[in-house]
Design a protein around this ligand. Sequence first.
Ligand code: SAM
Length: 191
Amino acid sequence: MKLHKYENYDEYVKEQTQANVAKLKNVWVRENAIQKVVSYKPFASSILCHGTRNGRELEYFKKFLPHAEVVGTEISHTATQFKNTVQHDFHEVREDFVGKFDIVYSNSFDHAYDPSKAILAWKDQLTTDGVLVIELMTGVENISRPVDPLEINYEEFKELAEKNGLRVVEKNIMHRQMSGAKNSIMVALKK
Ligand SMILES: C[S@@+](CC[C@H](N)C(=O)[O-])C[C@H]1O[C@@H](n2cnc3c(N)ncnc32)[C@H](O)[C@@H]1O
């Protein structure tokens, strides 16, 4: 596991916000990945997504689960431009999120400056039998750098999850069409 070190918190927020603004129209998430996530909890009624940029994953969740409440967090000030998105640093606890979500999903875990702090906050946002689903690029696509500080492989993720009161129950590899890149989707439950 490798973690990029920032001078201070303001530098972290600045890096994330600059990249967010520059890539505001980009969409990383794929619909088939969200379909897969929904298959782990097909009757979910509340879903929280972390690091959502323009909110595309929220739209995909709504497509598969139209009656669910779907909320996204985004550190950048651009959050206010997107429906159901709150400006919030996903490392921090929000009392109104605690114990509330059947699915907590993120494809932005590699943007965590403190992976233990983030994963602990996310675990506490789950309902008793909720699922935490993390989607990450694998291999050479996941390199620690100022915009994506966390480089972590599956074994390291499993260990981190275990240390923070979670058990990883499933891992799936998703193939991204066109680019040929592979992502891992990891599913964890509260111990
Ligand atoms: C790789 S993009 C993914 C965007 C979106 N999920 C997608 O699939 O298109 C990562 C996003 O996470 C946001 N982000 C980074 N650090 C964050 C944090 N600590 N809390 C909330 N959002 C964060 C970034 O601003 C950026 O918009």
